[in-house]
Design a protein around this ligand. Structure first.
Ligand SMILES: O=C(O)CCC(=O)C(=O)O
Ligand SMILES: [Fe+2]
Length: 189
């Protein structure tokens, strides 16, 4: 599935309306039952909303976000399940970083265990960025830390971009941002 240009601005606006409506919660205070067991909760300034609970998927006011969800839940998930042992459970989260240098320190999203039958941990993280106006100098890059001698990589959070990584392998951080920064993250188990 390919997203249209209209989605870039539309998804950003829908997320901004949700923020203005006070739907986001500070991530540090937010705990979902059993959710963060395998997760390193390092210092972070972002605010989140779980889409599974918050969004009426069919509703017109969320149609662009719904398009992004569809891209993950249909295309990506089907492809991934052919190459990785998944239980297919996916959680979707909208994430907001405020423009007063909100950031998220280096961390890993999961700590895999060797039990093949354990499906409780996150296997794959997929992030779609929702910032059509992002320009160099705004900050908010996703930094993927290189292993051994590899250089670190900074990825700009520009709209239409999707980043996919193995949750238990990639050390990463969000660099401080000077602009509103939105992302839609899928946690795939
Ligand atoms: O938004 C990003 O680029 C990464 C966010 C992140 O690392 C997380 O929510 O665990
Ligand atoms: Fe992360």
């Amino acid at each position: 599935m390919i997203l249209t240009d209209a989605y870039d601005v539309g998804a950003n606006q829908e997320a901004a309306i949700m923020k203005d409506n006070g739907e986001f919660q500070p991530a540090q205070q937010y705990r979902k039952e059993g959710d963060d067991m395998f997760r390193d909760e390092t210092a972070r300034d972002d605010q989140t909303v779980w889409l599974d609970a918050a969004i009426d998927y069919g509703h017109e006011s969320k149609q662009h976000l719904n398009q992004v969800l569809g891209m993950i839940s249909q295309g990506l998930l089907q492809d991934l399940s052919k190459i990785i042992h998944l239980n297919g459970k996916v959680e979707y989260q909208l994430d907001y970083y405020h423009p007063q240098n909100a950031r998220y320190e280096r961390h890993r999203d999961a700590f895999p265990v060797s039990d093949r039958e354990d499906f409780t941990q996150r296997r794959v993280t997929a992030i779609v960025y929702l910032n059509p106006d992002w320009v160099q100098g705004d900050g908010g890059e996703l930094r993927i830390f290189g292993k051994n001698d590899e250089a670190d990589q900074d990825i700009a959070p520009i709209a239409s971009r999707m980043v996919v990584y193995l949750s238990g392998v990639a050390d990463h951080a969000v660099i401080a941002t000077s602009q509103d920064r939105y992302a839609l993250t899928a946690w795939i188990r």
